[in-house]
Ligand binder design. Structure first.
Ligand code: GRG
Length: 305
């Protein structure tokens, strides 16, 4: 099934330029928000920065900024929220790589945090990144329809024990056990889709978007988030460790339930396309203003790492 993004006579959207400029702006903002490497105790700040600047794709911040732009908002207002989500994402990776969880030596092509700084500091670096996310987000005063409190609650619920952590718990408990496609969706919705969706929603909130726009962004974020994880599962079995910058084939080795394991590669690819098409459909009310969101959804579907 082909993906069906909006047809228009507008010039094609330059996603490469969008990604490059937004990534640079996000990196500058993260650098400003985080204590410097030499701030005491230096070890923890070095460890936090090691993972935060290890070459992540910055997908969640890009989605947040693109959503703000789709709603007529401004990047500088969305930026603290985009950075907060990236800090939470990075914390989750640092903790996920620990021996007590997924036990991985490589992430983003570099040694994992605990391999460089030791397990104790890696736990603390993750804790500190999670805390930093709330400190950064707390700088937003809120917008007419979305109070400061609503913004903080939005982040806390995506990162908390009903979403991101619930997904990780179910993932850990599912290892080596046969699980159904329904249980797998439960894991993917929480472990991956919740934070991506939160990034998109926060972008809209920073633009004081209308309730209908927030609903559309939620549908977009949910579907893109799920498609992202289905593709991640596919890449784990089709790509090399070199290409992924992390150990490939780990899911199979750990007997983890994944879309390809349960449904096969071809069906998994179809599902990712279907989800991406649903994400596109959610954007129809934005007319021409959602080109960046569309471009990102297509990029995430077609990515190879
Ligand atoms: C430890 C609370 C806790 C949660 C861990 C992040 C996570 C949950 C598990 C890691 C493994 C995994 C498959 C996560 C799903 C999300 C995902 C695919 C993360 C990778 O995201 P990318 O590709 O990473 O955006 P980069 O490195 O580009 O930032």
């Amino acid at each position: 099934m082909p993906v069906t993004a909006r047809r228009s006579s507008a010039p094609p959207f330059d996603l490469k330029a969008f990604f490059a400029t937004r990534t640079e702006a996000v990196n500058r903002a993260l650098d400003r928000f985080l204590p410097s490497e030499t701030t005491k105790p230096a070890t923890i700040h070095k460890a936090m920065r090691y993972s935060l600047f290890a070459g992540g794709k910055r997908i969640r911040p890009a989605l947040c900024l693109a959503a703000a732009e789709a709603c007529g908002g401004r990047d500088e207002l969305a930026m603290p929220l985009a950075c907060a989500v990236e800090c939470i994402h990075t914390y989750s990776l640092v903790h996920d790589d620990l021996p007590a969880m997924d036990d991985d030596d490589y992430r983003r092509g570099k040694l994992t945090n605990h391999k460089v700084y030791g397990e104790g500091i890696a736990v603390l670096a993750g804790d500190a990144l999670l805390t930093a996310a709330f400190e950064i987000a707390a700088r937003c005063k809120g917008w007419g329809r979305y109070s400061h409190q609503k913004i903080i609650l939005e982040i806390a619920s995506a990162a908390g024990s009903l979403q991101l952590i619930a997904g990780q718990v179910a993932d850990l408990e599912g290892e080596g056990r046969k699980i159904s496609a329904k249980e797998l969706r439960y894991i993917h919705e929480r472990k991956t889709s919740a934070l991506l969706c939160c990034a998109v929603r926060l972008g809209g909130m920073s633009a004081n978007c209308a309730p209908a726009q927030l609903k559309a962004l939620t549908a977009f974020g949910y579907n893109v988030g799920l498609a992202f994880q289905v593709i991640d599962d596919i890449l784990d079995v089709t790509q090399t460790s070199d290409k992924l910058g992390k150990t490939a084939g780990k899911d199979t080795k750990a007997q983890k339930a994944t879309y390809p394991a349960i449904l096969g590669l071809e069906k998994s690819r179809k599902i990712a396309e279907q989800l991406t098409n649903r994400a596109f459909a959610a954007l129809k009310g934005f007319k021409g203003r959602a080109a960046a969101l569309e471009g990102l959804a297509k990029f995430l579907l077609l990515r190879d790492r």
